[in-house]
Design a protein around this ligand. Structure first.
Ligand code: HSE
Length: 285
């Protein structure tokens, strides 16, 4: 039997909608695989009651099929589904790595990005790779139609996860169809600033580059307490705050010294809005 752990991730980072992603130190999914005549899946752990075990409906089933690697697969969820922390991507990434070894398929980690993205299509209807890429490669990733670029960034972050669910499908439904030239120019500038910040491990530049006026404002409406939590995190020292992936998780970038204060400020602000939450003090890993 083979066991693989794959980390939670945060996609978009505001200015990099469907392009940027980063791997978090915690939480993570653990996937165990052994060869079998046909694929079976069992799921335990965080939010497992919401995850189908039918291979045709599970993200990991699509990965097993893409690698022609039938297996008995056990998924232990550390990353709750519909959290904005790349839950389905963590399972897909771990399964892709494990099945590739189990059946000696010889794919590189980069090859496995498109394999694991097939699992994402099962969940959200689209094979976007901005969560599976960092889960497989670590660090900060930039996904475009031409491939994936990875940087071993290390910037402290706090990921705060409220006890509400936002499905990726719903969150994609509010993405605007168009943007003005001014909005595009501002977003490109922010995305470039953020990328330079990642290459320098500079939380100030990364935070400054997270602003996005195109997609994020529509998605924050789906998260009760978002504005209060954002304000609280900024007051506690966050250099940038945005929706994590499709939400409802909220991501704050910061200096290491401020991480603990930001985590409690975010949880307290959600609490004041009547929403229970949990904060992960972590870093890009
Ligand atoms: N980029 C995707 C989105 C990530 O924001 O819809 C989903 O986790």
């Amino acid at each position: 039997m083979l066991t693989v752990r794959a980390p939670a991730t945060s996609a978009n980072l505001g200015s990099g909608f469907d392009v940027f992603g980063l791997a978090l130190g915690t939480p993570a999914d653990v996937v165990r695989v052994e060869r079998a005549p046909e694929t079976t899946i069992t799921v335990t752990g965080a939010g497992s009651e919401y995850i189908p075990e039918d291979p045709a409906k599970n993200t990991v089933g699509a990965v097993a099929e893409a690698l022609d690697a039938p297996a008995r697969i056990r998924i232990d969820k550390g990353v709750r589904p519909s959290s904005g922390l790349g839950s389905s991507a963590a399972s897909a990434a771990a399964a892709a790595v494990a099945l590739n070894v189990l059946y000696d398929r010889g794919r590189t980690r980069e090859d496995l990005v498109s394999v694991a993205a097939k699992g994402e299509a099962v969940v959200s209807g689209e094979a976007h790779a901005d969560n599976v890429a960092p889960s497989l490669l670590g660090g900060f990733t930039v996904v475009t139609e031409d491939g994936v670029t990875q940087v071993d960034a290390s910037v402290p972050v706090v990921a705060c996860l409220p006890e509400i669910s936002v499905s990726t499908r719903d969150a994609r439904g509010v993405v605007p169809d168009s943007a003005t030239m001014d909005e595009v120019v501002t977003t490109v500038g922010n995305a470039a600033t953020l990328t330079v910040g990642m290459t320098r491990d500079d939380p100030d530049l990364v935070g400054r580059g997270m602003n996005d006026d195109i997609v994020t404002p529509e998605r924050t409406k789906l998260i009760s307490g978002y504005e209060a939590v954002r304000e609280a995190a900024l007051e506690a020292g966050a250099t940038g705050v945005t929706v994590s992936g499709a939400g409802p998780g909220i991501l704050a970038v910061c200096h290491r010294r401020d991480r603990r204060a930001i985590a409690s400020a975010m949880v307290d602000a959600f609490d004041a809005a009547g929403v229970e939450s949990r904060a992960y003090q972590t870093a890009i890993s």
